[in-house]
Design a protein around this ligand. Structure first.
Ligand SMILES: NC(=O)c1ccc[n+]([C@@H]2O[C@H](COP(=O)([O-])OP(=O)(O)OC[C@H]3O[C@@H](n4cnc5c(N)ncnc54)[C@H](O)[C@@H]3O)[C@@H](O)[C@H]2O)c1
Length: 344
C-alpha cells in the first residue's frame, strides 16, 4: 500500500463519522510526513513517546483533548505512530465515554507486525509493563511500509526482534528470517515477511482474541523480556542509563526461554545457537545494569501473565513451530536461564 492509498483508506473510513467527530493522535516524529494524509480540520494531538510516558497521565492528556473537542461516543480517533502511541491511543479510545472507534496507522516495524493488531491496549503502571489495559481492537489497521524509511536502525532491530519471536512459534518463517541480512538488504524487501507476520498474528488472535489459550504462544520470550525491560526502566529512572527497547528485551527473553526450551522440553539446540549468533551480531549483550537476577525473578513472579502469584509461567517451544503454553518455571530454573543469558 502506498501513502496515497493510506490517504484514501482514511478518507473512506472518515465518511462514516461527522467531520467534527474525528481527532488525530500522532507521534511527533512522523507528524510532518503525515500532514498530507490528514484533513487539516481534524484536531491533532502530537506526542513525544517513551515507556515512561506510556502512563495514566498521558491517557488523561488524551481524554482531555477528546473532551476539549466535544467528541461524543460516535467519534473516531486516528492513531498514527509506533507501538507506544497505538497502545496509548487504543486504551484512551476504549475508555473514553465507555469506548469510541479508533484506527491504527503503525509507523514502526514493531507496531506494523505486532502492536497495532490484535486489540491489546494499555499503559505501564506500578513499574510493570502493560499492567493496566484492555482488549479493544481498532476498527482498521492501515499498514504502509514507506514509514520505515525514516526509522532508526535500532528501532528496525527492535521490530525484527518480535519477527524472530514469530519465526520461532510458527512454521515456515524462521529460515527466511535467518536469510534476511539487515546490514545489506533494503528495508522495503522486508515487505513479504511483514505481511506473513501480520497474517500469522491475525490468525492466532482470531482463534483466541482474549488470550485464554492459543494466543499465549505470542508471549514466547516475554516473561523474561518484560522483566528485563522493567528492570531497565527502573535503572533509567535511577541513573539515566538508556532503557532497553522492547524488541531488544524480547530477543534477550527469547534466549533465556529457548535455553529453558532446550533444558526442560528437549528442543534442539540449533535455534538457540542461531539466535545467539543474531543477538551478538545485531543486538549486543544485555546491559549488566539489568543483570540483578533476584530482582528479575521477583518481577517475573509479579507478571500479569501469571495467574497465581509467585509462580513463573512461560511459553516454551518443543521445536520451531511447536510452542507449549503454561509452562511452570521454578525460580532455580529461571536463575539458571538468566545465568546462561548473562554468560554469553
Ligand atoms: N499491543 C500489543 O499487542 C503490543 C505488542 C508488542 C509491543 N507492544 C508495545 O509496543 C511498544 C513498542 O513499540 P515501538 O517499538 O513501535 O516503540 P515506539 O512507539 O516507542 O517507537 C519507537 C521510536 O520510533 C519513533 N518513530 C515512530 N515511527 C517513526 C518513523 N516512521 N520514523 C522515525 N521514527 C519513528 C518513535 O517516536 C520512538 O522514538 C511497547 O510499549 C510494547 O509494550 C504492544
Amino acid at each position: 500500500m502506498i501513502c496515497e492509498e493510506i490517504h484514501k483508506a482514511i478518507s473512506a473510513l472518515a465518511v462514516n463519522y461527522a467531520a467534527d467527530q474525528i481527532c488525530v493522535l500522532i507521534d511527533e516524529k512522523v507528524a510532518d510526513r503525515a500532514a498530507s494524509i490528514l484533513d487539516p480540520q481534524w484536531p491533532t494531538l502530537s506526542l513525544a513517546v517513551s515507556e515512561q510516558k506510556k502512563s495514566l497521565e498521558t491517557v488523561q492528556q488524551i481524554w482531555d483533548f477528546l473532551f476539549a473537542h466535544g467528541i461524543t461516543r460516535r467519534g473516531l480517533l486516528i492513531c498514527i505512530g509506533g507501538g507506544i502511541l497505538t497502545d496509548l491511543g487504543g486504551f484512551a479510545a476504549a475508555t473514553y465515554k465507555r469506548g469510541i472507534d479508533y484506527i491504527n496507522v503503525p509507523t514502526t516495524l514493531l507496531a506494523m507486525i505486532d502492536a497495532s493488531t490484535g486489540g491489546k491496549t494499555g499503559i505501564n503502571y506500578g513499574g510493570l509493563k502493560n499492567s493496566i489495559g484492555c482488549f479493544a481492537p481498532p476498527i482498521e489497521t492501515l499498514i504502509w511500509t514507506g514509514w520505515l524509511e525514516t526509522l532508526p536502525t535500532k528501532e528496525v532491530l527492535s521490530g525484527f526482534g518480535e519477527m524472530l519471536k514469530m519465526g520461532l512459534i510458527v512454521n515456515d518463517l524462521w529460515g527466511a528470517l535467518l536469510r534476511y541480512d539487515l546490514d545489506t538488504m533494503p528495508i522495503d524487501s522486508l515487505q513479504p515477511l511483514i505481511a506473513q507476520c501480520v497474517e500469522e498474528k491475525e490468525r492466532i488472535v482470531a482463534a483466541d482474541p482474549k488470550e485464554e489459550g492459543l494466543r499465549k504462544i505470542l508471549n514466547f520470550g516475554h516473561t523474561f523480556g518484560h522483566a528485563l525491560e522493567e528492570k531497565s526502566m527502573d535503572a533509567h529512572a535511577r541513573s539515566g542509563i538508556e532503557p532497553l527497547d522492547h524488541g531488544y528485551a524480547v530477543v534477550y527473553g527469547l534466549i533465556a526461554e529457548l535455553y529453558l526450551s532446550v533444558t526442560k522440553l528437549g528442543c534442539p539446540k540449533e535455534p538457540l545457537q542461531q539466535l545467539t549468533h543474531l543477538m551478538l551480531h545485531y543486538y549486543g549483550k544485555p546491559n549488566c545494569k539489568c543483570s540483578d537476577r533476584e530482582a528479575l525473578i521477583a518481577l517475573m513472579q509479579q507478571d500479569k501473565k501469571n495467574e497465581r502469584t509467585a509462580q513463573i509461567n512461560c511459553t516454551l517451544i518443543q521445536n520451531i513451530g511447536s510452542p507449549l503454553i503454561n509452562q511452570v518455571i521454578t525460580s532455580e530454573e529461571a536463575n539458571e536461564a538468566l545465568e546462561y543469558l548473562f554468560s554469553l
